[in-house]
Write a new protein. Structure first.
Length: 335
């Protein structure tokens, strides 16, 4: 199978291609030997699940982050564009896999791709895009690209593996274990973009502390929104993490700070319930346990740490504007 897609605005520009079974491109003419095996397979079909998720674009936060980091790194526009496209491809492909692994129902307000195209087709499409991303990254023509790409994608999978293990064995992690998982999982793609950018920058500042804090902030904010945000409820479903059986940040707090003999949150999590009334009750119970207040407090602390780290690197108006927009999902509860 050939990888001949063109790229436009961070996604493949799909053309109908003809493929030979053994990987040789064909022009549409039949092979001269009648015994030769061949197939005709349009690229659009292969990419259907991936194209489906792109029909409702996300908030492009990763693109904005790349622009913010480039305020410091100052790499050429053509290199930045490639890196932004690669990051966006990997992010969207990983969402397809995440939705399967999490048994999700909605993504961006529409049914998840595997409920439309099937699990096998969706997995294949997502994996294909991972390698399209690698192929695109290699056009940067730097000897370290493949090594960096592999390292960060492996790190992402390590973090995801920890998350899945806790969920499937009903093992509640400690807060520190959770943070280690997040730095691997969420920070993997953040780290890939920035490390690729630094290959072409004279600025070799150590940005890992900022990336780690950023990964924690994004994931804990997402965990909070999953349980408490009306916008998130509309785009996914009410408290979807309860249905998935996921040990998110506020859920971990609730389990670890429940009074002796009170196992309600853990028991509800084990049920992986879709019952709205049960989920509403669990959210109220977590509210009484102080789990959402604690999560908001941690988010404010992480935000302050981010602002301090940004200032220590010389300041960055792109970053501060982005943080101001992101904090809206929890700031009303604080004031």
């Amino acid at each position: 199978m050939i990888l001949s897609s063109e790229y436009k605005h961070g996604k493949p520009n799909l053309r109908c291609e003809t493929f030979h079974q053994w990987g040789s491109p064909r022009t549409g003419q039949l092979p001269s030997s009648s015994s030769s095996l061949f197939i005709l397979f349009p690229l659009q079909i292969l990419m259907e699940p991936y194209s489906y998720i792109l029909q409702i674009p996300g908030k492009q936060v990763r693109m904005k982050l790349a622009t913010a980091f480039n305020y410091w790194l100052q790499i050429p526009d053509d290199k930045l564009q490639v890196i932004m496209e690669v990051t966006q491809m990997l992010h969207n492909a990983s969402l397809l896999i995440d939705d399967i692994e999490d048994n999700s129902i909605l993504r961006r307000g529409i049914p998840v791709a595997h409920h439309i195209f099937g699990v096998a087709h969706t997995i294949n499409s997502a994996n294909y895009v991972y390698f399209l991303g690698l192929e695109k990254a290699m056009t940067l023509e730097h000897p370290e690209v493949t090594k960096l790409f592999t390292k960060q994608v492996l790190e992402l999978h390590r973090g995801q593996g920890m998350d899945i293990h806790w969920r499937d064995t009903y093992s509640c992690p400690s807060e520190e274990e959770y943070k280690d998982m997040v730095i691997k999982k969420t920070g993997g793609l953040f780290g890939l973009a920035v490390k690729l950018m630094q290959l072409f920058s004279q600025n070799q500042s150590d940005l890992k502390p900022l990336l780690d804090t950023l990964g924690l902030y994004f994931q804990i904010r997402d965990d909070y929104a999953n349980m408490a945000s009306k916008e998130y409820e509309a785009n996914k479903s009410l408290a979807e993490d309860l249905t998935e059986g996921k040990f998110s940040f506020p859920i971990i707090h609730a389990i670890q700070h429940s009074p002796a003999g009170d196992n309600q949150v853990m028991n509800i999590l084990r049920q992986r319930t879709s019952d709205i009334e049960v989920k509403k009750y669990c959210v109220q119970h977590m509210q009484h346990l102080g789990s959402f207040e604690y999560t908001r407090t941690v988010l404010v602390q992480l935000e302050e740490k981010l602002l301090s780290q940004i200032e220590g690197l010389g300041g960055n108006s792109h970053f501060t504007s982005l943080l101001q927009a992101l904090r809206q999902c929890y700031q009303e509860e604080i004031s």
